[in-house]
Design a protein around this ligand. Structure first.
Ligand code: PGA
Length: 249
């Protein structure tokens, strides 16, 4: 059985008190599916306070970090500073980082390597734009992202990776991929992992869907054999919605 994971990506939202109360409301909810790993990727500024409040039920991760341990990198936060706070999970390769903040493959790969070498667990995001989907090259585009950003890892290190397929055209747009579109891509991602590493690793690797996943569509998406959970943006900001998504398997 593969791990099932539902992760909230709060992005650049909430005040500190809102973040703490949302976290506490979610973690104190009754009837949270016990067999689903639950994570919150919060703004860096609130990680320390959240960590001090952390319940064993919901892990806390960072949305971003820089690939050097320390030095003259004004405005950045390093993977070793995150480790020092007790953070164990990081997002890498999110399309908002790639598109808005111009993170290219080289930096994404450096971040993946730095995080894994530091013993952090990586949720690696990939996904195509609408233009690419319309040309019919979305599968090879996403497989190339894997080749360029994570397939350099040795087999054991790759075992620390969770993949999140997030088609850019579905993020924050209310336009979700259909369960069939998502399943098709997840199957191809798993095949690429099998071809590059092994069938065993492909079977073990959780592949999450992200992009306008919400309480209304999570059940249908998570019912697909290759969809192991979700990376949830907007719908993770409301306690009831996020809980319903966690309980959608
Ligand atoms: P969304 O964001 O659920 O708001 O579409 C998902 C993500 O960007 O991780």
């Amino acid at each position: 059985m593969r791990r099932k994971i539902v992760a909230g990506n709060w992005k650049m939202n909430l005040t500190k008190s809102e973040a703490l109360s949302l976290y506490n409301n979610i973690s104190s909810a009754e009837n949270l599916a016990a067999d689903v790993e639950k994570m919150i990727f919060a703004p860096l500024l609130f990680l320390d306070a959240l960590k001090q409040n952390e319940s064993g039920l919901i892990k806390i991760g960072a949305q971003n970090f820089y690939s050097e341990a320390a030095g003259a990198f004004t405005g950045e936060v390093s993977f070793s500073q995150l480790k020092d706070l007790g953070i164990r999970y990081v997002l890498v390769g999110h399309s908002e980082r790639r598109v808005i903040f111009k993170e290219e493959d080289e930096l994404v790969k450096a971040k993946v390597n730095a995080a894994i070498n530091a013993g952090l667990k990586v949720i690696f995001c990939c996904g195509e734009s609408l233009e690419i989907r319309e040309t019919g090259t979305h599968i090879s585009f996403v497989v190339n992202q894997l080749k360029n950003n994570v397939f350099q890892l040795p087999e054991e290190a790759f075992g620390q990776i969770v993949i999140a397929y997030e088609p850019i055209w579905a993020i924050g747009t209310g336009k979700t991929a259909t369960p069939e579109q998502a399943e098709e891509m997840h199957e191809q991602i798993r095949l690429a992992v099998a071809q590059h590493y092994s069938n065993y690793l492909a079977e073990q690797t959780p592949i999450l869907y992200g992009g306008s996943c919400n309480a209304g569509n999570a059940k249908e998406l998570f019912a697909k054999p290759n969809i192991d959970g979700g990376l949830i943006g907007g719908a993770s900001l409301k306690t009831a919605n996020f809980i319903q998504i966690i309980n959608s398997f």
